[in-house]
Design a protein around this ligand. Structure first.
Ligand code: ZN
Length: 447
């Protein structure tokens, strides 16, 4: 089979289908774009490579992979060499969707094409390589990609993380923050100096919440500076700094330099070490507003983590105002979800947990995935995500407990006593609001 026949078979392009319509690809991903006429004017015009020389067809294969990953809103592209083929799959909402198998014959050219795009060495096959690039998908859209290549026993495996670099952060009100949490958040955004921490386990899209909070301030009125790795969102008038780990200049050193830049609001990507933790706390006490993230499992756990990093509890109590813990769950696909009445035990549990919002157990109807054929969500039964939140406000009693070196359980009980809604109750309410299923949130919170 020559390459042209292979490609024709691979794309199943019929004589009537002369062009791939990009507007079709965006019909679901960008509802505002339906009235606009898009033009394809970049590398991704697959058809322009049609029936040209072999190199161009390899470019077309790679572009086709990008187009489809974008259409499916994938977060990662995996190009994996198997024994006799190159397997392409996408990670969409944490699940893998198998896209294509390509004949093993093309493995060298495809990986080489990606290496060329990413400015990696094409003659290096023994060592891992990685690099970040901004790739122009269309004339109006570019995307940041983190390309990582690692040799395996069959050939090199390539993983590409797709970061939408020019996207604005979502509005705070669009994150699904329930009113009881929103009131607390808005109250503390009005303070003049403090530290707010967003905490999360891996893969909870912490930056989304953090940047939504940051965009509540007017960057023309304040000097807002960030230290990030990687830079995911770009806000006009905000000074984004990309941390480069390879030059061995740590977060703490960057932060020290940034503090000499007369900032009002600082966003530190992540507190990983004691030096950054101490500096961030000190910065907030000296009339700065500090946003940061820390890798823990819950809001109360964060207090202990800061103490364990060697920060004086007295300093924490004077700087820390709020901890926002977040998790992500998948949102049920609206095209294939079905309603049902849960059994009495579940109903009783729901009423017991969220008695403030639901009093009558007989009226409880929730949704689940129908688990039937559905083109809209590629039979994954979920589409897009929702956030689950737990917002801890520092109170006098919590501060006293922290200074007295109380256990995590004591802190948790006091926080709930001080009106913190635990993340498990937040999800129950989102199940009752028909956004996700019991099964999904159970799998998120008990793993
Ligand atoms: Zn569906």
């Amino acid at each position: 089979m020559n390459i042209t026949d292979f490609l024709k078979k691979w794309w199943k392009i019929k004589s009537s289908t002369k062009n791939i319509k990009v507007e079709d690809l965006f019909a679901t991903s960008n509802s505002n774009s339906s009235n606009n006429k898009w033009h394809i004017d970049s590398d991704l015009n697959i058809i322009s490579y049609w029936d040209k020389k072999e190199d161009s067809q390899i470019i077309a294969i790679v572009n086709d992979i990008f187009l489809h990953s974008f259409k499916l809103k994938a977060s990662d592209i995996h190009i994996e060499p198997r024994e006799k083929s190159l397997n392409i799959r996408f990670r969409v909402d944490w699940n893998f969707i198998n896209y294509r198998n390509i004949e093993f014959f093309f493995k060298d050219s495809i990986i080489a094409r990606i290496k060329i795009m990413s400015y990696l060495r094409i003659d290096e096959h023994r060592l891992p390589q990685d690099w970040k690039i901004a790739y122009k998908l269309f004339w109006w859209k570019s995307i940041d990609m983190r390309v990582s290549i690692i040799p395996t026993i069959y050939w090199e495996k390539c993983v590409i993380r797709l970061l939408k670099k020019d996207d604005k952060p979502p509005e705070l009100k669009s994150l699904g923050i329930m009113p009881y949490n929103m009131v607390k958040i808005k109250k503390h955004l009005k303070d003049n100096f403090w530290m707010i921490l967003a905490v999360w386990p891996t893969g909870s899209w912490k930056s989304t919440t953090l940047f939504s909070l940051l965009s509540q301030f007017d960057p023309k009125e304040k000097n807002i500076s960030t230290l990030e790795d990687p830079v995911e969102y770009r806000i006009l008038w905000v000074n984004h700094t990309q941390i480069n780990p390879s030059i061995k200049f740590t977060f703490a050193k960057w932060l020290r330099s940034l503090l000499r830049q007369d900032p009002d609001i600082i966003m530190v990507w992540e507190i990983r070490d004691d030096e950054t933790a101490k500096l961030a706390v000190e910065a907030s006490i000296t009339w700065h507003i500090v946003f940061s993230t820390i890798h823990t499992n819950s809001a109360t756990h964060t207090i202990q983590r800061l103490v364990n990093l060697g920060v004086d509890p007295l300093l924490i109590s004077s700087s820390l105002r709020m901890i926002i813990s977040q998790r992500l769950a998948r949102k049920l696909c609206i095209h294939c979800k079905i309603d049902y009445q849960p059994n009495d035990k579940i109903k009783e549990y729901i009423v017991w947990k969220v008695w403030k919002y639901i009093k009558e157990k007989n009226n409880i109807i929730i949704y689940k995935a129908k688990e039937d054929w559905c083109d809209k969500c590629n039979n994954t039964w979920y589409s897009w995500r929702i956030w689950l939140y737990e917002v801890l406000e520092m109170t006098d009693k919590l501060e006293n407990l922290m200074i007295a070196n109380a256990s995590r359980l004591q802190l948790e009980i006091q926080a709930i006593w001080d009106w913190m809604i635990p993340i498990k109750d937040d999800w129950l309410l989102k199940v009752i609001l028909w956004e996700t299923s019991l099964e999904e949130v159970l799998s998120v919170l008990w793993t």
